[in-house]
Structures are given as structure tokens and as C-alpha cells.
Design a protein around this ligand. Structure first.
Ligand code: SF4
Ligand code: FES
Length: 371
């Protein structure tokens, strides 16, 4: 019989867990869950080598181990530091950590535009969440934010370099999930940018996964851009028999329209594993080409964390509300009830937003009304 592995006891924010040797502090904290788990903007479990870049996961090690209980002199990146037996870690119970995290967020926001109102990632952006928890209402930075020349990455993926936090997740994804990486981080220092080497498109079969791993709105889905806010869409789990990938996805619907298709993600925002224990990366065909409910076998509404803005979505598990007009008018029917579709060209119910290329602009509706 194989020897049983001796588990390490680690105490994080006064809660003790047992984990196998080689587990990072971050993963041990995730085992406890909730606020004890530090935020992670660059670490991504399925991607080898990720982590160690953004410093949002800093924690205080108050005791190194049972054998050597001295505290570590500096805060450490929990995604890149492994636990020791008897280690004592402080995350939300450490004022030093909170202070450092506030500073990290301030640095991340120095160059990041505050364009959440027009950013497709709003509502599921990890930097937006961090800013709410640790950000300040104003900036101390006096200089102009960085700007970049526009860079076209092809027909599926939109790059907004000003939003990038250089976490390298998309680079690792292209390296490890596709067979031909054509993009990377070019230049150094504050000139560093995500770009392709010689104006190439990102068009590998699995390259769409860079959209899912990007923690901010730097890489977004061109087929979904500006079509809806994520909290107005209804996420449902669905699958299809795909010859290229696992075919297990989340459809983001508005009514019966499929506005967006993504891989399934867990509570940490990472791609979920399929039954065989492998990450459920999805192919471009499933993500960008299958935008009809008839393409999919619907499994049911996705579970949404109640902390997510998406859980405020009144369309999830909701019954259509009763008609209120008559109720507020003391039971009388209104004399004139305007149908917005009759008076506005931009709410045309005959325009299927999921089937048009790119964002919906006035032209889409103009063409429709002329035809
Ligand atoms: S584009 Fe997104 S995933 Fe890629 S390095 Fe920038 S922030 Fe990270
Ligand atoms: S998640 Fe640990 S350094 Fe970025």
C-alpha cells in the first residue's frame, strides 16, 4: 500500500485547514473560501507559470512553520508561496495586508481608464470588484494615462490595450492551449503592450479563450461588444457534441437570443474542469459561431454567486412580474399605452442582435427600416 501523504496544517485568518505539501497559500485559502481567499488578478490555476505579477494576493506570514515559527519579514505573494506545516497566515485580519492591497489597486488604476460604463467587462471585471473594495474615490496621479496605437487582432477579439494590466494570462493561454502563439508582451517598462509581432490576427481554433482569462476588459468578444450589459443577460449552461472541444459552455441569453457564449467558470472566475479533470477550454466555433439556442442542448440556469452583480439580474429564476399599470391606476386600463417599438427605430424587435456582426450601431437599424 502506498504511504499516506502527511498533510500540512495551515492557519489562515484563524481558521485551520489541512492541505497536501506543495499547496500554495492561495489554494489553501480557497479551500476555506469566502473573504479569506485573497484576490488574484494574474494567477490562474489551469495555466502553468501564471501568478507572481500583480501582487494583489499579498498576505502576511505571521509564523513560517512549526519547525521555524519566525514571521516572514515581508508580505508574500500567496499564489507563489507554498504552505509549511504549522504556518500561520493573515489575510483580511492583517491591517498591513489591507494597506498594501489598497496600494496595489491604486497602482493598477494609475493607467487603467475608468471607462466601466462603456466597457463590456463591467459587471464581471475583477479590477472593478477590487476597486470597489480597495480603491479610492480619486487619484493622486498627476500625469496623463498611457495611450497606445490601435492594434487589430482579427475578426473575433477586440484589444483595448489601455485596460490591460499585463497579467500575462492571455500569453500563457495562447502558449499552452493553442498550437501557435502569435501574440505576446512587446517592449519593456511603461511601453509594454500586448501585441502581435507582425500585425497578425489571432485566429487559432482555441484563441477565443484569451477573452475568458483576461481579468479586465482588455480582450473582449467582438461578436458581443456593446450588445448588452452582462447583468441584463441570463446565463444558462448548455452543451453540444463538438468534434473540437468539450462543447460545455455557458450561453448568455436575452430572451431566446444567444448574445454570447463563454466557457464555464468556477467561483474564482477560472475555467472549470470537465468530468475527466481537464480544463474545459472551448473552441472558436462553439464560442463565436453557434449563436442559436437550437445549436445547443440546454441544461439549466447557471448558478450565480449571490455577491455577483449578475445575481441582481431579475431575469434569473424569475417569474415575469404581474402587469402593474392597471394596479397603479386603481384597476382602470390606460387610455393610451405607447409601444416603444412603434415609436423608436432603435428597439426594433425584428433585429436579432445575436446575429449581427460586431456591435449594434445606428446603421443596423437604418438598413432594417429601409429594407
Ligand atoms: S490583455 Fe488581459 S489577459 Fe492579456 S495581459 Fe492584458 S490584462 Fe492580462
Ligand atoms: S495573483 Fe498572486 S501575484 Fe497576481
Amino acid at each position: 500500500m502506498a504511504d499516506e501523504i502527511k498533510l500540512f496544517k495551515v492557519t489562515i485568518d484563524n481558521i485551520t485547514v489541512e492541505v497536501p505539501p506543495g499547496t500554495s497559500i492561495l489554494q489553501a485559502a480557497r479551500k476555506i473560501g469566502g473573504d479569506v481567499a485573497p484576490p488574484a488578478m494574474c494567477y490562474y490555476t489551469p495555466l502553468k507559470g501564471s501568478g507572481g505579477k500583480c501582487r494583489t494576493c499579498l498576505v502576511e506570514v505571521a509564523a513560517g512553520s512549526t519547525a521555524d515559527p519566525r514571521p516572514m519579514p515581508k508580505l508574500v505573494a500567496s499564489c507563489r508561496t507554498n504552505v509549511m506545516d504549522g504556518m500561520v497566515v493573515k489575510n483580511i485580519t492583517s491591517p498591513k495586508v489591507m494597506d498594501a492591497r489598497n496600494g496595489v489597486v491604486e497602482f493598477l488604476l494609475i493607467n487603467h481608464p475608468l471607462d466601466c460604463p462603456i466597457c463590456d467587462q463591467a459587471g464581471e471585471c475583477h479590477l472593478q470588484d477590487l476597486s470597489y473594495e480597495h480603491g479610492k474615490e480619486s487619484t493622486r496621479y498627476e500625469f496623463k494615462k498611457r495611450t497606445f496605437k490601435k492594434h487589430d487582432l482579427g475578426k473575433y477579439i477586440q484589444l483595448h490595450m489601455t485596460r490591460c494590466i499585463l497579467c500575462y494570462r492571455c500569453v500563457f493561454t495562447a502558449d499552452q492551449v493553442t498550437n501557435n502563439r502569435v501574440h505576446g508582451v512587446l517592449d519593456r517598462g511603461d511601453h509594454s503592450e500586448i501585441a502581435t509581432y507582425i500585425k497578425m490576427s489571432l485566429d487559432n481554433d482555441f484563441i477565443g479563450n484569451v477573452i475568458d482569462v483576461c481579468p479586465v476588459g482588455a480582450l473582449t468578444d467582438k461578436t458581443f461588444r456593446f450588445k448588452n450589459r452582462v447583468w441584463f443577460t441570463k446565463p444558462v449552461d448548455a452543451h453540444r457534441d463538438c468534434p473540437t472541444c468539450c462543447g460545455k459552455v455557458t450561453l448568455w441569453q436575452r430572451g431566446d437570443e444567444v448574445l454570447r457564449v463563454t466557457a464555464r467558470k468556477d467561483q474564482w472566475g477560472e475555467i472549470m474542469n470537465t468530468e475527466d479533470g481537464k480544463p474545459g477550454w472551448i473552441c472558436n466555433e462553439c464560442r463565436f459561431e453557434k449563436k442559436k439556442t437550437s445549436d445547443w442542448v440546454i441544461e439549466g440556469v447557471m448558478k450565480v454567486s449571490r455577491h455577483s452583480v449578475i445575481s441582481a439580474n431579475k431575469y434569473i429564476n424569475a417569474v415575469k412580474p404581474e402587469e402593474t399599470v392597471a394596479a397603479v391606476m386603481g384597476g382602470r386600463a390606460p387610455k393610451l399605452l405607447m409601444d416603444i417599438h412603434n415609436v423608436s427605430d432603435i428597439n426594433d424587435p425584428d433585429v436579432d442582435l445575436s446575429l449581427i456582426q460586431g456591435p449594434a450601431t445606428g446603421k443596423v437599424f437604418e438598413k432594417k427600416s429601409k429594407s
